[in-house]
Design a protein around this ligand. Structure first.
Ligand code: NAD
Ligand code: SER
Length: 318
């Protein structure tokens, strides 16, 4: 990669589930003024912000380039996207934002000599992949959202090979957190259930009790993201655009039972809807051995630790 890039960091889609916590973590690491948060909402709509914030549509390549040149941005964490449940309701918009937005960011990275982190997802796998999904297998997703994530990984490889841009990504599992609402994904039941348990003692879950998916607590997801971006480039191999990472897996019923152990009288019913189809097309668990070997990733939270952290976090927030 030629040319000089700046020291600042730009986060797109920063007001979402991951962005809310990633911006906080990056500001702790690099200083508040070095991390520019951006999303679709105007400054007025966002209100008081802890650090720099601007309205930025990732479909507007020129605006991204202008911001990056003016502000001296050297790294972009590109989180703006539509998740699976929202995306399958509007496939054209999902393709436009997820693929179009990623191309905009990669083009900006090419012109401004920037590094990029852009998340992939366990949704890259389709029903033909092994249920314990390896790093390398055929990627034939049956959701449009999954297709956009496969395309994102391919584009990252092309931009790296053609222009030498350093682009890294993780195939995040379903992410569980309490600081910001989950943003329209299939795995959102594993987030919603906690607030419902504390507020109503009851949750009607939109997947079957035996639905097993790979999941990760947000603290681990943020730690993995920072670790990957801090890793020297020479340690990373051909999977750098979309690493499987070790996480944990549980069924919806196991999650409900783990919450019931902590919340007296909690009851969960199960009324599967269309999101069941997306969940059924994804793996039960994933093999993160390449990430472990190349950048030494292993998670800290298991199911019980995550349940306790979620209930404590939500109780302190209320
Ligand atoms: P989210 O829906 O909570 O946040 C996405 C943000 O992107 C929103 O704030 C939204 O306003 C913004 N956005 C949408 N269109 C935009 C546009 N055109 N320009 C600028 N901003 C736009 O999503 P998240 O959970 O924070 O996910 C972030 C990334 O991580 C996505 O790429 C997602 O596919 C990936 N991911 C998330 C999970 C998960 O469980 N949360 C799992 C796997 C992968
Ligand atoms: N958690 C995400 C979703 O359910 C997977 O990428 O959409």
């Amino acid at each position: 990669m030629s040319g000089l890039s700046g020291d600042k960091i730009l986060v797109t889609g920063a007001l979402g589930q991951i962005g809310t916590e990633l911006v906080e973590a990056l500001r702790k690491q690099h200083g508040v003024s070095s991390v520019i948060a951006s999303d679709l909402r105007s400054v007025d709509q966002v209100g008081e912000s802890e650090g720099p914030y601007l309205k930025l549509d990732v479909l507007n390549t020129d605006s991204i380039i202008e911001v990056c040149k003016n502000e001296g941005v050297g790294t972009v964490y590109h989180l703006a996207a539509l998740l699976s449940a929202t995306g399958e309701k509007n496939p054209a918009l999902c393709r436009k934002v997820n693929v179009g937005g990623t191309i905009s960011v990669f083009e900006a990275a090419r012109q401004c000599s920037m590094r990029v982190f852009t998340p992939s997802s366990i949704a890259v796998f389709g029903p033909d992949a092994p249920k314990h999904a390896p790093q390398i297998t055929d990627l034939n997703p049956t959701t449009v959202y999954g297709e956009t994530k496969v395309e994102g990984e391919q584009l990252a490889k092309e931009y790296e090979e053609t222009y030498g841009i350093d682009i890294r990504g993780i195939r995040y599992p379903g992410l569980i957190s309490y600081k910001a609402p989950a943003g329209g994904g299939t795995t959102d039941y594993a987030v919603e259930i906690f607030e419902a348990a504390l507020n109503n003692g009851y949750y009607d879950c939109f997947v079957r009790p035996d639905t097993r998916l790979p999941m990760l607590y947000m603290d681990d997801a943020i730690r993995a993201t920072l670790m990957l971006m801090d890793e020297p480039s020479e340690n990373l191999g051909a999977s750098k655009a979309g690493y499987n990472i070790d996480c944990f897996s549980f069924t919806a019923e196991e999650l409900a039972n783990a919450i019931a152990k902590e919340v007296d009288g909690f009851k969960c019913d199960f009324s599967p809807d269309v999101r069941q189809n997306y969940a059924d097309s994804w793996p039960d668990s994933i093999d993160g051995s390449v990430a472990k070997e190349e950048w030494n990733w292993s998670p800290e939270f298991d199911l019980d630790a995550m349940v306790k952290a979620m209930l404590d976090g939500l109780s302190n927030k209320q």
